[in-house]
Design a binder for this molecule. Structure first.
Ligand SMILES: Nc1ncnc2c1ncn2[C@@H]1O[C@H](COP(=O)(O)OP(=O)(O)OP(=O)(O)O)[C@@H](O)[C@H]1O
Ligand SMILES: [Mg+2]
Length: 334
């Protein structure tokens, strides 16, 4: 049944992104000045989980990289690397200018100079930027003339609400693209893209793909995860074709897998908050903060913790309830 298993993995980047033509065109247009040796606007990409934000960002920057000789680009996810110096280090390393520097203990000023001193343009993608606890990171980067930023977050209202107004007004000048959840038929096409590239022809029934797209409800990651689990089920059973009977029994497994991946991605402090809520089942905000402060030696400030909690909610790992004053947090089952 399987011809190319890699295609079914989540991090496989398809040659062509389906149903994002308009967005891709808009974004490449915004980056176009770079190919003429000019600066470009910074870019913000927003949209719910699984709408292709990360994939689209990498796609357009790779495309630019192929078209224009000698640009540099880097990618960093703020969920795993939250400190200012770790983020900038990561970008400088991607630009190939950190070989002689250590990740810890190098001053950010020195790191920023490395980007400034590049002869070429640098495009830095900062994913899940809403959990960044120090907005000076973005500020420091965009002040460098040859740096363009592509910022990704689920909801930019929340992101802006926490920013210093001067910083916010500057970021608001960025070009913005919002990716909507995929429609049923769009998900079906995305699934067929993977099936055609990864599986032997004729082994998948149309109804199966319809069913997977229904369950995934607009989330491409969910759709692909469910496809992979179903194929595994079929292979284990020695089935000749992939039917709904292979999908139904693995629907919970697929949800659990996504849940686990989301947890694995969390940075240290987010993980502490998640684990406290998970252990408690349900916990009030003040008790949560108290336990967190007991648990970690270098607690983050409350406004940062609130961002972390917000993103745990986006990833459906926790569920808040109650008013802001009497906020409760509950662990959410996959
Ligand atoms: N238009 C598309 N065509 C083909 N595959 C896609 C498309 N959009 C998304 N995918 C696939 O769906 C999966 C999820 O996409 P991606 O990780 O980019 O979503 P995201 O918006 O960044 O989600 P999150 O907010 O959870 O990080 C990836 O495996 C990606 O390859
Ligand atoms: Mg993403």
């Amino acid at each position: 049944m399987i011809q190319n298993a890699r295609v079914l993995k989540e991090d496989w980047v398809p040659q062509e992104l389906q149903h994002r033509d308009g967005d891709l065109q808009h974004l490449s247009g915004e980056l176009k000045p770079i190919s003429h040796g000019l600066g470009a606007k910074n870019i913000i990409i927003t949209g719910p989980s699984g709408t292709g934000k990360t994939t689209v960002a990498k796609y357009i920057v790779r495309q630019l990289d192929q078209e224009v000789l000698g640009i540099h680009w880097g990618y960093v996810n703020a969920i795993s690397e939250t400190s200012k110096s770790a983020i900038i280090y990561s970008l400088v390393r991607d630009a190939g200018r950190a070989n002689d520097l250590r990740p810890e203990g190098t001053s950010t000023a020195l790191l920023l100079d490395r980007l400034r001193d590049l002869d070429e343009h640098f495009v830095g993608i900062i994913d899940e930027v809403d959990v960044l606890d120090d907005e000076r990171t973005i500020q420091a980067l965009w002040e460098i003339p040859n740096v363009t930023l592509v910022l990704i977050c689920i909801d930019d209202d929340d992101f802006f609400a926490d920013l210093d107004s001067r910083v916010a007004s500057r970021i608001r000048g960025s070009a913005k693209v919002t990716l909507e959840k995929y429609g049923h038929d769009e998900l079906v096409d995305i699934l067929w893209g993977r099936i055609d590239a990864g599986l032997a022809s004729g082994v998948v029934e149309e109804g199966t793909v319809d069913h997977i797209a229904d369950v995934a409800a607009g989330d491409a990651r969910h759709a692909i995860t469910l496809l992979r689990r179903s194929v595994r089920d079929a292979v284990e059973n020695g089935d000749e074709s992939l039917t709904i009977e292979n999908v139904r029994p693995v629907q919970d497994d697929a949800r659990e897998e996504m849940h686990k991946r989301a947890v694995n991605k969390l940075g240290t402090h987010q993980r502490h908050l998640y684990e406290i809520i998970n252990d408690a089942g349900e916990i009030g905000a003040s008790e949560l903060h108290a336990r967190y402060e007991q648990r970690v030696a270098d607690p983050r400030v409350k406004s940062t913790r609130r961002k972390y909690l917000q993103s745990l909610e986006y990833y459906q790992l926790i569920e808040p309830s109650g008013s802001t004053r009497a906020r409760q947090y509950r662990h959410r089952e996959p």
